[in-house]
Design a protein around this ligand. Structure first.
Ligand SMILES: [Zn+2]
Ligand SMILES: [Zn+2]
Length: 208
């Protein structure tokens, strides 16, 4: 009975520390600020809308001028972005979460304008990584195309060689076997195949 008061104090726990929260900087708004932003999402969106409304005319002019100098590729991308925005407004498509970290403050990255519905959602931080990955892909593409074109040509030439008279085929194979500095290439060597394609193509040029 005498120590009851102490026991009650033992049960008394401090409230959990308040999480560090930043509030929206807009007057009278008590919502939380966006991560990395000064205002809450709603106030930010409203501010962007207001600014667009005020600058509608010059934005239209700028868009028109920009559209005039851009190519079909860029136009397709713009149109895909516009379709995505429209779908979001109409609610036929929903914003997802960041593919990498699950954050819900996301930006849509459209890989292929024709398949804009397959938009990839990423947060600001992971968007950077996503864009870098895509730049690497694009840098890779011309090399891939060249490679594919070479394989096509090789297949076509090797098939065409089979149709040549045996003597002509033997002549071309003999030419293809000539390696650098008088060496003889074996028929399996990459350079042999390249030579073969080259001499075959050259022989077509002579016949024409
Ligand atoms: Zn706000
Ligand atoms: Zn993320």
């Amino acid at each position: 009975m005498r120590i009851k008061a102490l026991d009650e104090l033992d049960d008394f726990s401090l409230p959990a520390p308040l999480p560090l929260v930043r509030f929206c900087g807009a007057k009278g708004c008590r919502r939380r600020a966006r991560p990395g932003g000064r205002h809450c999402r709603d106030c930010h969106a409203a501010a962007v809308r207001r600014w667009r409304d005020e600058h509608r005319r010059e934005l239209a002019v700028r868009r028109r001028d920009a559209a005039a100098v851009r190519g079909d590729d860029a136009r397709a991308r713009d149109s895909a972005r516009a379709k995505l925005a429209m779908a979001l407004r109409r609610g036929t498509l929903e914003r997802g979460r960041c593919r990498e970290c699950g954050a819900d403050d996301v930006i849509g990255v459209i890989e292929e304008p024709a398949r804009w519905r397959e938009v990839v959602w990423v947060c600001r931080e992971h968007r950077q990584a996503e864009l870098e990955r895509r730049r690497e892909d694009v840098a890779q593409r011309p090399a891939d195309a060249k490679q594919a074109a070479w394989y096509d040509e090789r297949t076509r030439v090797l098939a065409a060689l089979e149709l040549l008279p045996p003597a002509e085929r033997a002549r071309l194979h003999a030419l293809a076997a000539r390696g650098p500095a008088g060496t003889q290439l074996s028929p399996g060597a990459p350079l042999y195949v390249m030579n073969l394609v080259r001499v075959y193509t050259a022989s077509l040029g002579i016949q024409k």
